[in-house]
Design a protein around this ligand. Structure first.
Ligand SMILES: [Zn+2]
Length: 150
């Protein structure tokens, strides 16, 4: 075996070792800083810091929910303050699961729209209590209308 060949082998061994360590190091850093959290209600995945995940879990009885779901849960608690946080989260999770299992067309998007709709509707209700302007027509809804007549 020529010296040159040996040297080349040694170099490639060293560089693969370096690669291994670099990969190890970066994954350790990722674990500390960013972690993928999956919303236990709608299933949305977000990259969050472990600190943030712990904080969100602490606020929702150990359940991690995404920003939008946490808004809906908060809204539910505002409307029914006697509801326990755990029940509010569970209720919302059931709502999401039901929605996901019944909506065929792009469930994630429709669910997001439905949640925004809930938040929007409750905002409208709140403002109508103190302010009696002519009713603003809702332009369009991305949620398919449910027809109760058969
Ligand atoms: Zn969510």
């Amino acid at each position: 075996m020529s010296e040159q060949r040996l040297l080349r082998k040694a170099v490639s061994d060293v560089s693969s070792e370096i690669e291994k360590y670099t990969a190890l190091e970066s994954s350790t850093v990722d674990d500390q800083l960013l972690k993928q959290a999956e919303c236990e209600c709608c299933g949305l995945k977000e990259d969050c810091t472990t600190d943030y995940i712990t904080r969100v879990r602490g606020c929702h009885c150990g359940i991690w929910v995404c920003g939008l779901c946490s808004e809906v849960v908060k809204e539910r608690l505002r409307r029914a303050p006697e509801t326990a946080m755990q029940d509010a989260v569970r209720f919302h999770r059931e709502f999401c699961q039901k929605y996901n299992s019944t909506t065929r067309l792009n469930p994630k998007l429709s669910l997001t729209c439905a949640m925004r709709d809930i938040a929007k509707r409750s905002n409208e209700n709140r403002s109508f209590k103190n302010w009696s302007a002519p009713k603003i027509a809702r332009s369009s809804s991305c949620v398919p209308k449910i027809d109760f007549k058969h």
